[in-house]
Design a protein around this ligand. Structure first.
Ligand code: C2E
Ligand code: MG
Ligand code: MG
Ligand code: MG
Length: 277
């Protein structure tokens, strides 16, 4: 009986794995088609400067709507792209499109806005990353200081020396560097100290738990740490006035979140910007 049970369980698991594999293969095929057909889009979320009380920047976020109208979350398809070689061409497209869109915004009456582009570890390992950034800058005509690349801590850590060398080269070009999702990765303070980053993005998980007694103190320490290292701070995932007031009181430089605006297509962002000038 035990044998039977074991066999049944095995059959169940292998069926599950086969279904998952089939599912992933189908999803990958759809993703490749969507990308090649130009059906991936970018949504933009404003980033607000608290002292100046105005929009300092926007973050570009990938969106994929399937033929049946349903959305696939980046958290689902980006890892897939990363494991299959699609991330480099997609990431390159994101970089060029986000910079071109920001140049268009500048021409539409919003010249001072910075654009933040998420860069995958996989792109960071490419030898010509800095060249690709340079070429996107040239094509868009944006000033390097208007562009910031967001890197996740864990991501950049795979080959520390190589990652640091590229970060220094990018900084040399004048491009900003933000550490995304700070506090969630394999943060090493020694590494953080060596990173020529210009900004630290406090992860949403610290913001939506600000009610916990210890949390504001931890967040205050992060802001102080950033200050000591000469970095500015952005808080992600501000969803209500209480969280906003708390981050203001803690001396956070910039904030983004649904409380201000959800990520939206470029046209909608322009309407929002005009309404909130
Ligand atoms: P991220 O870079 O940390 O981006 C912020 C995420 O938080 C976005 O999720 C955004 O929609 C969401 N968000 C913003 N404000 C709020 C809020 O107030 N509440 C809540 N609950 N969520 C908020 P999204 O667009 O689903 O993207 C998830 C992740 O996928 C991103 O996290 C980023 O790591 C990755 N990603 C998105 N676009 C790209 C891309 O073009 N390239 C790469 N490499 N990664 C990307
Ligand atoms: Mg980001
Ligand atoms: Mg990220
Ligand atoms: Mg983040």
């Amino acid at each position: 009986q035990a044998k039977q049970l074991g066999h049944g369980r095995f059959a169940h698991y292998s069926r599950q794995i086969a279904e998952q594999t089939r599912g992933r293969a189908a999803l990958l095929r759809d993703l490749r088609h969507a990308f090649e057909a130009g059906r991936l889009t970018l949504a933009y979320q404003p980033i607000v400067d608290l002292a100046a009380n105005k929009v300092a920047g926007i973050e570009a976020l990938l969106r994929w709507r399937m033929d049946d109208g349903s959305m696939v979350a980046p958290g689902e398809f980006i890892p897939l792209a990363e494991h299959t070689g699609l991330m480099v061409p997609i990431g390159d497209w994101v970089l060029q499109s986000a910079l071109a869109d920001t140049a268009w915004l500048a021409a539409s009456g919003f010249p001072g806005i910075r654009v933040s582009v998420n860069v995958s570890t996989v792109q960071f390992r490419e030898a010509d990353l800095c060249e690709r950034v340079k070429s996107a800058l040239r094509q868009s005509g944006l000033a390097p200081a208007q562009v910031e690349l967001e890197i996740t801590e864990s991501g950049a850590m795979t080959s520390v020396d190589d990652a640091l060398a590229k970060m220094h080269e990018l900084r040399g070009q004048g491009v900003g560097l933000a550490i995304d999702d700070f506090g969630t990765g394999y943060s090493s303070l020694a590494y953080l100290e060596r990173m020529p980053a210009t900004r630290l993005k406090i992860d949403r998980s610290f913001i939506n738990t600000l009610n916990d007694p210890q949390r504001p103190r931890i967040v205050e320490m992060m802001i102080s740490l950033a200050g000591q290292l000469g970095m500015k701070v952005v808080a992600e995932g501000i969803e209500n006035a209480t969280q906003l007031a708390c981050m203001r009181a803690l001396g956070c430089d910039e904030v983004q979140g649904f409380w201000f605006a959800r990520p939206a297509p470029l046209d909608d962002l322009l309407i929002w910007l005009k309404a909130h000038k």
